[in-house]
Ligand binder design. Structure first.
Ligand code: GLN
Length: 494
């Protein structure tokens, strides 16, 4: 039999319907890959093999009767940030040790209602803070990609590094992820996978551990543009439990795939050409422009003058919200408790031991920028900058632009424990330079693999869309995928 783990979700959906194989066979094949690879790649922090097999059997019973939902029998991995009832949900932080929520997040509930099978929980940066998946309490995730002729371990990006690595190494068909400043798109770009952050409000945040509530959004990582469209369709919904979720019908995203891009206006913002950016990134961008031009799209130059302020403003807004959201971890309500002589000392001991270095840094920055003397100078100013960033995009849409094309990241994947990046946290923050603007403006953005760099590592292009116009991103993303082809790492693990 062919290797079932090499199928796309769209192919498996057909195969299951035609009874070419069962969901149990499919699920077992993925569990086999996880068991073989996880010791090396560290993508999963918990594998729920028994539960997965039960879910697969239930799907097979439905499929046998010709019934079943849009994802019936499809095995997925779930980022550890999503609450899964009775199963490890710790945002990969020490402070949530042992936490098993008595409830299910809305996004995962939607997936199970459509028949998906849960393989386990995926590693991530602690509380989704990071760009390399090295801040996890469970240790770094390893990228299945390596430079040609090298055996150096590379990072898969972050914070959804477990999701990206698991998809790229065929340890699940697709995965849930979240994106506050780039955490879906940057790891997708680093691993040759597709990742979409939908419009703020498209997916419910209920049951997703909060990092920065005005920026956080859930979305999928998958092998193809079509697979990510299939997953997003199931994940998205309005939800009375999240008042920022929006009551707009979720379109049939797959219907957009294969539609011509003839006459679509694609904006190219010169401000995304950063000083010191490797020539290869610029060449890839040019290649993307040519592909879309060849497909009949109209390429227009646009101005995004506030782009350069996005990263500094993000690193004020996100830590401010994080410092407030993380105040709830006090050793009383969930997870870790480190005793002290009185309650204040218990709080202090618990938080000192429970949070990692990067999380503490964010809490310090956030508390500082929200403090009485600095609120106006930093937080309020950053909020004003945020409005200006959004206005740059609004102007582009008003001028008839349908989508914007940019690079996804300023580099390919870098080495684990890269000293250059670890010596200065701000260097790590630069990874998000092309992605944070999208979160600040609440827009949808997709990263599509577009080529390999000279050392053989994948690179991605980003498409940014109008609010709730994910369909256009899938439509244009498919054109890039068709032109670029797909990318598979050479197997050295497992
Ligand atoms: N890397 C960014 C940060 O550390 C974005 C993280 C994310 O999107 N969750 O804040």
């Amino acid at each position: 039999m062919t290797d079932l783990t090499k199928l796309t979700i769209a192919e498996a959906r057909e195969g299951l319907k035609n009874k070419d194989y069962t969901s149990l066979e499919l699920t077992d094949a993925f569990i086999g890959n996880i068991e073989a690879a996880n010791a090396q790649l560290n993508a999963y922090v918990t594998v729920t093999a028994d539960q997965a097999r039960e879910m697969a059997k239930a799907s097979d019973a439905k499929l046998a009767k010709g019934e079943g939902g849009a994802l019936e029998g499809i095995p997925l991995g779930i980022k550890d940030l999503f609450a899964t009832k009775g199963v490890h949900t710790q945002a990969c932080s020490h402070i949530l040790d042992g936490f098993k929520p008595p409830y299910e997040s809305t996004v995962t509930s939607n997936l199970w209602a459509d028949g998906a099978v849960m393989l386990g929980k995926l590693n991530m940066d602690e509380f989704a803070m990071g760009s390399s998946n090295e801040t996890s309490y469970y240790g770094p995730v390893i990228n299945p990609w390596r430079k040609q002729g090298s055996n150096q371990d590379l990072v898969p990006g972050g914070s959804s590094g477990g999701s990206a690595s698991a998809v790229a190494a065929r340890m699940c068909m697709g995965a849930t992820a979240t994106d506050t400043g780039g955490s879906i798109r940057q790891p997708a770009a680093f691993t040759g996978t597709v990742g979409i952050k939908p419009t703020y409000g498209r997916c419910s945040r209920w049951g997703v551990v909060a990092f920065a509530s005005s920026l956080d959004q859930a979305g999928p990582i998958a092998h193809t543009v079509r697979d990510s469209a299939i997953l997003l369709k199931s994940m998205a919904s309005v939800d009375p439990k999240d008042t920022t979720s929006v009551d707009i019908e979720v379109p049939d995203y797959e219907a957009a795939i294969g539609k011509s891009v003839m006459g679509l206006k694609i904006g190219i913002p010169a401000e995304y050409r950063m000083e010191g950016m490797p020539g290869e990134i610029d060449e890839l961008w040019q290649k993307g422009i040519e592909w879309l031009k060849d497909a009949g799209a109209e390429i227009v130059d646009i101005a995004m003058p506030h782009t350069k302020y996005a990263l500094p403003a993000y690193y004020i807004v996100a830590p401010a919200e994080a410092s407030s959201n993380l105040a709830r971890y006090d050793g009383v309500r969930y997870g870790l408790r480190v005793p002290g002589k009185d309650i204040v000392e218990m709080y202090e001991n618990t938080r000192a031991e429970g949070f990692g270095e990067e999380v503490k840094r964010r809490i310090l920055i956030g508390t500082y920028v929200l403090s009485a003397g600095y609120y106006d100078a930093y937080y309020l100013k950053a909020q004003k900058v945020r409005t200006l960033i959004k206005r740059d995009f609004d102007l582009a849409w008003e001028n008839g632009v349908d989508a914007i094309l940019t690079p996804a990241t300023p580099s390919a994947a870098f080495g684990v424990a890269d000293q250059d990046l670890h010596s200065d946290p701000v260097k790590m923050y630069l990874n998000d330079i092309f992605t944070v603007t999208v979160n600040m403006a609440g827009l949808p953005g997709i990263s599509v693999p577009a080529g390999l760099d000279k050392s053989g590592l994948p690179l991605g292009l980003q498409l940014i869309g109008k609010p709730f116009d994910e369909s256009t991103l899938f439509q244009v993303g498919q054109v890039i995928e068709d032109a670029a082809g797909s990318f598979e790492p050479e197997k050295w693990w497992g």
